[in-house]
Write a protein of this length. Structure first.
Length: 322
């Protein structure tokens, strides 16, 4: 893709487009008016921001979130039309960002809303990494009872459900009570603390951007009103990239891939299509015309030539590669 998407220039460069955005496309005669409501900041960490919005009228085929990174480079994140929230990872701490959310029908911008936010300081004061404070580990679940929450909330068993050279998928349970939100904390390969905000209804998360053959220790906090109520931890080692050679290196394996499983249930994969492209991401779709798969793995080489592998649930038919 071009460095800056031609059809979606950053509005900060063209403020004159902002006001007429909602009414301008009426000449295109969309089936009904579609309106975007207030882009709100739901949670902030040193390296990510979670945003929410509403669609009070009509509907959109898709959304695109645009912003400039810490180096001033334009970034665009494609989002499914049914989504009402997004977590933007890979940000820099203590940095001001301006986010622009576009609602699209086809490839036309119908409406747009913006918000500004500053990421948290490098290490959030209210959520220090527990590896630095072992004395907090034991009383974590019971300690906040002095805060008298309305009912007890219990976090249980942080499990690793899948591992690749660059990602880890984690699951947990909440056998009692509920949490407003969660925060997953860990140190990256350079030893820098990272914190990923997670919605309170979630019970799993995929952590991207990890390094191969690296040991990580993950700490999941359950929060109520900004207070840590419970915590569970686990550690795991990412896979070696050699276990997942890129198919481009072994073209001889490509052809028999569809027919090979005939000895079992003959599941078939069909047509990997690119549905949208931005300077920093690609959205891919595929179909399974016959049978089913337990899971998928998407493999590619990054800009530095390092192999990357992204685990995907067997029920999925699309993925956005950020």
């Amino acid at each position: 893709a071009a460095e800056e998407p031609e059809e979606l220039p950053l509005p900060s460069e063209e403020p004159q487009h902002e006001k007429p955005q909602t009414e301008a496309p009426t000449s295109e005669a969309p089936p009904a008016r579609a309106v975007l409501g207030e882009l709100r900041v739901f949670s902030v960490s040193p390296s990510s921001v979670q945003l929410h919005w509403s669609v009070p009228e009509g509907s959109f085929d898709s959304f695109t979130l645009q912003f400039r990174d810490a180096q001033g480079q334009p970034q665009a994140l494609p989002i499914d039309g049914g989504s009402r929230s997004v977590t933007v990872p890979g940000l820099s701490p203590s940095q001001r960002y301006r986010f622009h959310l576009y609602g699209l029908r086809g490839r036309k911008k119908i409406d747009h809303v913006s918000t500004e936010v500053m990421t948290a300081a490098e290490e959030p004061e209210e959520l220090p990494l527990p590896s630095e404070e072992p004395q907090h580990e034991k009383p974590q679940t019971e300690a906040p009872t002095s805060e008298a929450p309305p009912a007890r909330a219990v976090l249980e068993e942080l499990r690793v459900s899948s591992v690749s050279p660059s990602t880890v998928q984690l699951h947990w349970s909440v056998p009692e009570g509920s949490f407003d939100s969660f925060t997953l904390q860990f140190r990256d390969a350079q030893g820098q603390p990272q914190a990923l905000p997670i919605d309170g209804g979630s019970r799993s998360v995929t952590v991207p951007g990890l390094s191969p053959s690296q040991r990580y220790r993950f700490h999941l906090y359950g929060l109520r009103g900004g207070k840590r109520i419970g915590r569970v931890s686990t550690d795991t080692v990412t896979e070696e990239p050699e276990e997942l050679p890129l198919p481009s290196e072994e073209p001889q394996h490509e052809k028999p891939q569809t027919e090979a499983p005939t000895s079992e249930a003959t599941p078939a994969l069909e047509e990997l299509r690119v549905s949208s492209v931005t300077p920093s991401s690609v959205q891919l779709h595929w179909s399974v015309p016959e049978g089913s798969f337990d899971s998928f793995t998407l493999q590619f080489r990054d800009a530095q030539g390092q192999p990357q592998a992204l685990p995907i649930d067997g029920g999925s038919r699309s993925v956005t590669v950020p």
